[in-house]
Design a protein around this ligand. Sequence first.
Ligand code: TRP
Length: 330
Amino acid sequence: MKKRIFSGIQPSGDLTLGNYLGALRNWPRFQEDYDVVYSIVDLHAITIKQDPKLLHERTLLNLALYMAAGIDPEKSILFIQSQVAEHTELCWILACHAYMGELSRMTQFKDKSSRINQNDSIPSGLFNYPTLMAADILLYQAELVPVGEDQSQHLELTRDLALRFNNAYGKTFKIPQGHFNPFGAKIYDLQNPTAVMSKSSENKNGILFLMEEEKSLRKKIARSVTDNLGKIHYNDDQPGVKNLLNIYALLSNKTIDKTLLHFQEKGYKELKDEVSEVVLNELLPLQKRTREYLNDPTELKKIYEKGADKARVLAKPTLDDVKNKLGFVL
Ligand code: TRP
């Protein structure tokens, strides 16, 4: 039996090169050795206000992007979270076992709720976000969860909830482990290279979006912030240069040492030009493949319906076991 992997990305903003290098690009590799389940977690996205039309478009776009990145819906389970009702059901049950105290300690909750406009109230869904994430993972008995470091607290909570439930009602859930980005490196904002490149940042000039036009990608890379040392070294005193070197190394499949050797006698202009080349070499074909999937909505629909069917087959036995243990009449 292969180990099962679960991961998801929210369709809450346009995906960036950071999402790609940190997650999407690595996910297809798991398909060979693991039993993988990948989801577009739209239920998570609505914890922050979304425009319905945009949410709809982005959900389908992300589905197409996942496949363009190499996730094969025949080898993997690829589905849209809101189409599998078991997620919301288990979320409620777990919410009845999660404590206000532990949820209040989640740094992402504190961070996201502090960014909500002073005059607006904080939706309780935002508070329960990690409970839904726990439901996603536990429903499939996933053992491994590839995520960024920013999700490690949510993963710890998932493990706590699983253990708490197992202790109270008998062994029900596998205890999952985080899989923290073994291949990628964190990609930083090109304008502010000490902050991660995030799809939700205000200033879009430092963010490379996966579906962005060639001209605009080139411009952003050419204008990326470096420093006035004028030397290509790989260290934290030169976060802008380091970030560009990371992008180059990852996309050209070279080690950092090889990359440094390659740029030894070169200047920032050449570094940026070559980063542009590797970025465009990767993204333009990705964009083309994505558009091909989007141009065939009938086929796309077949894919996500089949994905949801396969997901339900795995989710239902766990949920039934949970309900049975709680005393629900089945
Ligand atoms: N919270 C994750 C993030 O923002 C997205 C997510 C939702 C997720 N459910 C998940 C990731 C389950 C892994 C497993 O990155």
